[in-house]
Every structure is written in C-alpha cells, then in structure tokens.
Design a protein around this ligand. Structure first.
Ligand SMILES: C[S@@+](CC[C@H](N)C(=O)[O-])C[C@H]1O[C@@H](n2cnc3c(N)ncnc32)[C@H](O)[C@@H]1O
Length: 260
C-alpha cells in the first residue's frame, strides 16, 4: 500500500480535516468555475472527511453521481444521498474505478504521492473528452511570514516549521509541485487552464492554525530525531494559542483544465 505521511489512522486527523474545511469555500469556487452541473459524473480522489464529495453530490443532483475514494476512508460518513458512493481505493496502485468522469477533483492528495506525475496521467485518462480536472495543492515554498509585533514569535514559529518542511521534503512531499502545476497541466495537453490561489490569515487560537499543531504532533518523533527539543515544541504550541500571533496560511493553488 502507498505510504502517506499523515496516516488517517492517527487521531490528529480530525483536527487536520477541521482545519482544511476552511478551504472548502475556495474549492467550491474552483469546482463551480469548472462547471459542475446536474447530471455530472464526478470522482473525488483522497476525499478525507468527505465534505467536498458531499457538496459535489448536492451539485450533481439525483441524475448525477459522485464517487469518493480514499486510501483510508474511515473519516467519511456513510453516504446518505442517492448517487454518492464511498470506496477504499489507492489512486497510485489500484485499478482505475472504471467508466469515465465529467469531473475529477483532488485536494492536497497528489502533493503527498512521490508518483504524482504518473497519478496525474491516470486521472487525465479517466476523464471523458471535455471532462474537467481540478487539482488543488498547497505551495509549500511560499514564505508564511508571521504577522506579529514580537520578533521572538517569528523565531519560535520557524524553529519548528522549518524542520517540519525539511522533513516533509525528505519524505518526498512535493514542495514545488503546486508552483509547477499550471505548466504541468499545459504540458499534458489540458486546455483552458485556470489558476486561482487562496490564502487566509490564521490567528492564534483559531481552528485553522491547529493544522500546524496536528502536523507537528503527528511527526513529533522524527522532528525530535532532527533536533527539535521538547521546549522548542512547547513554545511553538503556546504560540499557536496566542491571539496576538497570526500567520498566513499556505497558499492553496487551485488548477483546472479540460481534456481535449
Ligand atoms: C491532506 S488529506 C486531504 C483530504 C481532503 N482531500 C481535503 O482536502 O480535506 C490527504 C488525503 O489523501 C488520502 N490519500 C493519501 N494517499 C492516498 C492514495 N494513495 N490514494 C488515495 N487516497 C490517498 C489520505 O488518506 C487523506 O485522506
């Protein structure tokens, strides 16, 4: 089975999905611009907690269908709408679901897959002619620039966040993937490529900023092995609760293209 650095079996997954839900409105904008409409056949890849899959099923209505897949779908509620199906599926190694789709959407999934280029090809091959592909990823190379009057806050944040990024890159998370994605779509022959980027200011104490805590906690052991001390971690966690601290989110780059 394909390795995923933030395995959904971890209890911190709930916090991660709650934080990522802050980007649902941006994803709705990208998917609406892609033209999602009643009757469409959609595939939501790496569906997480199923929030986007559920929203898609509302858009396509009873005449459409939405397949939500995930390598570990334990956080996706049992489908309560006609045409909405949830399935365990590894997008790297398992056979494609069969049939072709009007729309395929994947948010923050391919960035985690070392074979992301091959997965992109698989997704394109599963589109109908004229079908739309929407891939959304964090640009991890973008500086997060904390907003704070206290210069110590910046050092406290970077003392954990910089090693975290190095660790993710060592695990072959695609730090530069989002930035290259528009050109990658064009190189694959996708047409009408559209790019939107969304960032938000995450304040100390907010639900969204807890994404950093969930990610760091889940990788606490390798971060300790990389030299991040318990004191450094404790100061970082305290900062994430401090309302005088704020930091820009990772920019979510939403890229849409149409199969010719
Ligand atoms: C960072 S989460 C994003 C979840 C959701 N797309 C969102 O944006 O809220 C990544 C998701 O991709 C799933 N995933 C990771 N590797 C996968 C694979 N090889 N095939 C299918 N899903 C995978 C994970 O289980 C997890 O639910």
């Amino acid at each position: 089975m394909t390795q995923y650095v933030f395995d959904n079996a971890d209890t911190r997954t709930k916090t991660r999905f709650a934080a990522l839900a802050a980007f649902d409105p941006a994803s709705h904008v990208a998917l609406t611009a892609a033209g999602v409409a009643p009757g469409w056949t959609c595939w939501e890849v790496g569906g997480g907690d199923g929030s986007i899959g559920h929203w898609l099923s509302e858009q396509v209505g009873v005449g459409g269908s939405v397949l939500v897949t995930d390598i570990d779908p334990r956080w996706i509620p049992v489908p309560d709408r006609p045409g909405l199906t949830v399935r365990r599926h590894d997008v790297v190694t398992d056979e494609l679901p069969g049939g072709t789709f009007d729309l395929i959407h994947a948010r923050l999934v391919l960035i985690h897959l070392p074979d992301r280029q091959a997965v992109l090809d698989r997704l394109i091959s599963a589109l109908k002619p004229g079908g739309r592909l929407v891939v959304e990823e964090f640009d991890l190379r973008h500086p997060l620039t904390p907003r704070t009057a206290d210069p110590h806050h910046v050092a406290t944040f970077d003392a954990v966040h910089a090693p975290l990024l190095r660790l993710l890159e060592s695990r072959r998370v695609g730090a530069t993937w989002a930035g290259a994605l528009p050109d990658t779509f064009v190189a694959r022959g996708l047409q009408d490529v559209r790019v939107d980027t969304t960032t938000a200011l995450w304040r100390g104490g907010s639900e969204e900023i807890q994404l950093h805590r969930a990610n760091v906690e889940q990788l606490a052991e390798p971060l300790a092995a990389a030299g991040v001390s318990p004191q450094t971690l404790a100061a970082f966690y305290a900062l994430l609760e401090d309302p005088s601290f704020a930091v820009w989110s990772y920019p979510l780059v939403s890229v849409t293209g149409t199969r010719g």
